[in-house]
Design a protein around this ligand. Sequence first.
Ligand code: NAP
Ligand code: GDP
Length: 324
Amino acid sequence: MPNSGTGIVKRILVTGGSGLVGQGVRRVLEDPANTRPDEVWIFLSSKDADLRDAKAVEAIFEKHKPTHVLHLAAFVGGLFRNMQRNLDFLRFNLAMNDNVLNSAFQHNVTKVVSCLSTCIFPDKTEYPIDESMVHNGPPHQSNYGYSYAKRLIDIQNRAYNEQHGRFFTSVIPTNVFGPHDNFNIEDGHVLPGLIHKSYLAKEAGTPLTVWGTGKPLRQFIYSLDLGKLLLWAVRDYPEVEPIILSVDESQEVSIAHVAEMICKAMNLRNGIETDPTKSDGQFKKTANNAKLRKYLPSFEFTPMEQAVKETVDWFVANFAVARK
Ligand code: NAP
Ligand code: GDP
């Protein structure tokens, strides 16, 4: 077992280690420049334990005895899955989060970093959004189940700190994409959905259909960039209060622009059409990353076109095995 010579080894348990974000963390740790000799990283999937089951969570903590937890596991989906399954998003995520935080408490885990999302902020708000606004009003009606479950992580973190002095914190990533995403067209997020649709459109010789008007705005973060930021959060982020992990506001793009980037990367030349009968969801959720910039002023994000190209190439190369 590696250690720093002090005999103290950090055992970092990553829930959701098989998902988009977990795979991003794994990729970053494949570079020896990003590893540390006193850390052991343990990546879980739902096959190791169903985190909605308190006994299964307790058993996994007993087995691995983590000192740190990066809690990524969640019931996740794009706009259209959220609209259909708000109750499941609420109940599954409430259960997973409560079980993981309670076991972390029972096992004296030193630090937990959990994942919120910029889509949980109030629907009616001022822009740009910052970390102080999480609880300032109801979320968008399309994803209230997911949003309230995620917001409660922040409340639990505060309460574990006040009542027991524990250091449980959270990060707030904006829309994530990259290799190993969920490319299911009905259930997944916009970027993997459009990549899958563009692959099929190329085969069929048809245009790419963008759902909604294509006008909504989003900030996207590449999963490998997020992986680097999560290593920093686990190792060095010192606050219980959440921190937004996002590209700069100037990098916000329309869904139509994303579709153009994907067509270019896929070399699809059949045109783009919109289907305004489908929902646009939230028009925008522009997030301010000033807090992140305060801590990491020189962090460099991968240019979006490059990240989209790498993701499209991964999907094409892994079409047979990709989640879809
Ligand atoms: P994902 O690709 O769907 O991966 C979800 C992960 O959670 C998988 O490892 C999955 O395991 C695991 N999981 C799901 N249900 C579980 C259960 N009942 N028991 C145990 N494990 C379970 O999602 P992701 O995009 O990586 O999301 C990771 C985190 O980032 C989540 O907390 C999400 O809310 C947050 N986030 C995501 C985005 C985004 O755009 N994707 C944006 C902001 C925040 P299996 O592989 O075995 O199913
Ligand atoms: P959100 O960012 O949380 O709203 O979730 P999504 O990642 O699902 O993005 C939804 C936005 O993308 C909405 O404006 C949709 O109208 C638009 N969109 C366009 N085409 C698609 C598609 O094929 N799949 C999804 N999920 N959204 C799409």
